[in-house]
Write a protein that binds this ligand. Structure first.
Ligand code: NAD
Ligand code: TDX
Length: 351
């Protein structure tokens, strides 16, 4: 093994795709997946690689500084790719403290442990913080987020991610700590927890339940297939200079309502329904508080400097995604039979 890399949050949606990519692509890396297994963490997401010789799972909480410090002493990591986070905007509106705890304190704990572990020599070491486009705030009808767009977070979730980005850069400036950051747009694909718009809608359409659309459905998101995000992280981890930030996005903006109409059409076809049937499930509900109008990433820097581009068209990616959820009904059933139904009732019954 020529490198030991810690990936945090590897039992979640994006982390599980990244862990699989690294374990398979880099047999000479020892990949340690650290995850607390919150409601969003699911070892089923990575069951196919659990016995690989270069992979190990450790259950643990990044908020527990003592545990994190011990882990760094035990493993002497060469690199950290940090994805563990509370990730759902709606939950951040009802419980901001959990976001401050994991996203801010947890990140600073990892920074401290890495700084201590690497203090004699930063050469060849790297701390990669996986962040979001939401730190830049909301756009109007025009314009894009660039790497130097000022931060203007609008939700407790994005404020916590912005704060953690600031800490990473502050460690870079103050201690010459070796870091990179990327800010990515909305991901979609297999294994996404069904609190998020697309898997929630897929599950509801399948079960003939209302599809809740916040406000008028006019908010715009820029969608990227999850494996393309994982590929971008791989490129940045291996090729970017220290201190760099890259925006990652799909050049793929959709209003929520148009996105859901396209999804309904695909699902009508897959489920053998008459075209237009699933659209009847669309239900407009009370808007999300402080709902950001539009996100749009300018990804030209990563395209130019690292030759990364999305590999899939959106229509193909969405179809693959729908196929995965329909073929993996048991994965969804196990989630929705747990605490999810309590969450769903609380979040949607009064809207
Ligand atoms: P997710 O909610 O699916 O997964 C998060 C994972 O982190 C889970 O496995 C969870 O168990 C783990 N975790 C949470 N708290 C922890 C703690 N205290 N200690 C250890 N592990 C903990 O999230 P995701 O959608 O896969 O997002 C991963 C990262 O990517 C996050 O940092 C998020 O901000 C960022 N991001 C997500 C998107 C998106 O569209 N989903 C877009 C851009 C950036
Ligand atoms: O039931 C819903 N109805 C609805 O209209 C849900 C859950 C969402 N929406 C809207 C809100 C957003 O405009 O759909 C859009 C997408 O919502 P989410 O899936 O909750 O994603 P978003 O809030 O855009 O944030 C996502 O992308 C950026 C991830 O959850 C973040 O972790 C990531 O940083």
């Amino acid at each position: 093994m020529n490198k030991t890399i810690l990936i945090t949050g590897g039992a979640g949606f994006i982390g599980s795709h990244l862990v699989r990519l690294f374990v398979n692509k880099y047999p000479n890396y020892q990949i340690i997946n650290l995850d607390k297994l919150t409601y969003a963490g699911n070892l089923e997401n990575i069951a196919d690689i659990e016995n690989m010789p270069n992979y190990k799972f450790i259950k643990g909480d990044i908020v527990d500084a003592e545990f994190i410090n011990k882990l760094f002493k035990e493993y002497s990591f060469d690199g950290v790719i940090h994805l563990a986070a509370e990730s759902h905007v709606d939950r951040s509106i009802t419980d901001p403290m959990a976001f401050i705890s994991t996203n801010v304190l947890g990140t600073v704990n990892l920074l401290n442990a890495a700084k201590e572990s690497w203090k004699d020599n930063f050469d060849g070491k790297r701390f990669y913080h996986v962040s979001t486009d939401e730190v830049y705030g909301a756009l109007g009808d025009e314009g894009f987020f660039y790497e130097d767009t000022s931060y203007n977070p609008q939700s407790p979730y994005s404020a916590s991610k912005a704060s953690s980005d600031h800490f990473v850069r502050a460690y870079g400036n103050t201690y010459k700590f070796p870091y990179v950051i990327s800010n990515c747009s909305n991901n979609y694909g297999p294994n996404q927890f069904p609190e998020k718009l697309l898997p929630l809608a897929i599950n509801n359409i399948k079960n003939n339940k209302p599809i809740p659309i916040y406000g008028k459905g006019e908010n715009i998101r820029d969608w990227l297939y999850v494996l393309d995000h994982a590929r971008a992280i791989d490129e940045i981890y291996h090729k970017a200079d220290n201190g760099k930030t890259y925006n990652i996005g799909g050049h793929n903006e959709w209003t929520n309502i148009d996105l859901i109409r396209l999804l309904c059409k695909i699902m009508d076809h897959k489920l053998g329904r008459v075209e237009g049937d699933s659209e009847k499930l669309i239900t407009y509900v009370t808007d999300r508080a402080g709902h950001d109008l539009r996100y749009a990433i300018d990804a030209s820097l990563i395209e130019k400097e690292l030759a990364w581009v999305p590999s899939l068209t959106f229509e193909l990616g969405l179809e693959k995604t729908v196929d995965w959820y329909l073929e993996n009904q048991k994965w969804m059933d196990r989630i929705v039979s747990g605490d999810y139904s309590k969450y769903y009732d609380k979040m949607y019954s009064n809207r």
